[in-house]
Design a protein around this ligand. Structure first.
Ligand code: KIV
Ligand code: NA
Length: 269
C-alpha cells in the first residue's frame, strides 16, 4: 500500500463536507506506529509525549531533539499513514524564519510529511511562509496546551462570546494562510460546527464534538494507559490494568521459581 499524502488528506473534504471522517491518533514509537498505522489516516507525533513518555508536567519542556527522535521512529514504523510531527514550544513562535529552520530540520531528519504548530491568527504569517516553501502545516486552535500558562489551565474554550469569536477567527486565519488541516481542541460543540462549516480544510476534533471532519486522541489515553484523562477521552481498553495483571503473574512465577520452565530453558542437543 502506498503512503497517503497531504493533498489526499485535504481532498477528503469536498465542498465543505467530509464523507468519511479522518482517523488520527498519536504515536511516539516505531512498534506503536506499526500497530496503529493500518487503521489510521494520520499519525501524530504529538508533544504530548512530554507527559505520556517522559513524565513531564506539561508540554513546555519538550525539546526538538525529542520530537525528532520519536518522529523518525514513527516514520520507520509506518508505511500507510501521513506522519505529522508537532513543533515543540519555543522552536517556532519567534518568526517565520525560526519556524522554517525548525520545521525543515524536523522534516529532513524524520522523513515526516508535515508539521503541526499551535496558534491561530498570530501564526498565520508563519503558516503561509512554511506552506509556500514546501512544508505542509497542520494548525491547532482552541485549547492549545503550549499556552497553558496564559490560558490558566486545560478547561474547555469558547464559553464566552469573546473567546467564541476569537477561536472562529483563528480557524479562519489558519485556513486562509494555507494550513492543510486544523486540530480543534477542547471547544464547545457550536464552535466545532461553525468552524467545520466555514473552512475549506478538514477540522480534526479532540474534545471538539463529532461534527468535525476527523478525530484525534492520545493513544495512551484511549487505551487506558494514562492515569488522568480529560472528559473528552473515551477509554476503549484498560491496558494499564492488563499490563499490571500480566506483570503480577510474571513476578509471582519468578518468586515461585516456576518461570523459566523447561520450554524456556536451553539444554545440550
Ligand atoms: O500533542 C498532542 O498529542 C496533540 C494532540 C492531542 C492534538 O497535539
Ligand atoms: Na501537541
Amino acid at each position: 500500500m502506498k503512503r497517503l499524502t497531504v493533498p489526499a488528506i485535504q481532498r477528503r473534504k469536498v465542498e465543505g463536507k467530509t464523507e468519511e471522517p479522518l482517523v488520527m491518533l498519536t504515536a511516539y514509537t516505531a512498534r506503536q506506529a506499526q500497530i496503529l498505522d493500518p487503521h489510521c489516516d494520520i499519525l501524530l507525533v504529538g508533544d504530548s509525549l512530554g507527559q505520556v513518555i517522559y513524565g513531564l508536567p506539561s508540554t513546555l519542556p519538550v525539546t526538538l531533539d525529542m520530537m525528532i527522535a520519536h518522529g523518525a521512529a514513527v516514520v520507520r514504523g509506518s508505511y500507510h499513514s501521513v506522519v505529522v510531527v508537532d513543533l515543540p514550544f519555543g522552536s517556532y513562535e519567534q518568526s517565520p524564519e525560526q519556524a522554517f529552520a525548525t520545521a525543515s530540520r524536523v522534516m529532513a531528519e524524520t522523513g515526516c510529511a508535515a508539521v503541526k504548530l499551535e496558534g491561530g491568527a498570530v501564526m498565520a504569517e508563519t503558516i503561509e511562509f512554511l506552506s509556500r516553501r514546501g512544508i505542509p502545516v497542520m494548525a491547532h486552535v482552541g485549547l492549545t496546551p503550549q499556552a497553558v500558562n496564559a490560558l490558566g489551565g486545560y478547561a474547555a474554550r469558547g464559553r464566552s462570546q469573546e473567546e467564541h469569536a476569537k477561536i472562529l477567527a483563528d480557524g479562519a486565519a489558519v485556513a486562509e494562510a494555507g494550513a492543510f488541516a486544523v486540530v480543534v481542541e477542547g471547544v464547545i460543540e457550536e464552535i466545532a460546527i461553525a468552524l467545520t462549516q466555514s473552512v475549506e480544510i478538514p477540522t480534526i476534533g479532540i474534545g471538539g464534538s463529532a461534527r468535525c471532519d476527523g478525530q484525534v486522541l492520545v493513544t495512551e489515553d484511549m487505551l487506558g494507559m494514562f492515569e488522568r484523562v480529560p472528559r473528552f477521552v473515551k477509554r476503549y481498553a484498560d491496558l494499564a490494568g492488563m499490563i499490571s495483571d500480566t506483570v503480577a503473574k510474571y513476578a509471582e512465577e519468578v518468586r515461585a521459581r516456576t518461570f523459566p520452565g523447561p520450554e524456556q530453558t536451553y539444554q545440550p542437543k
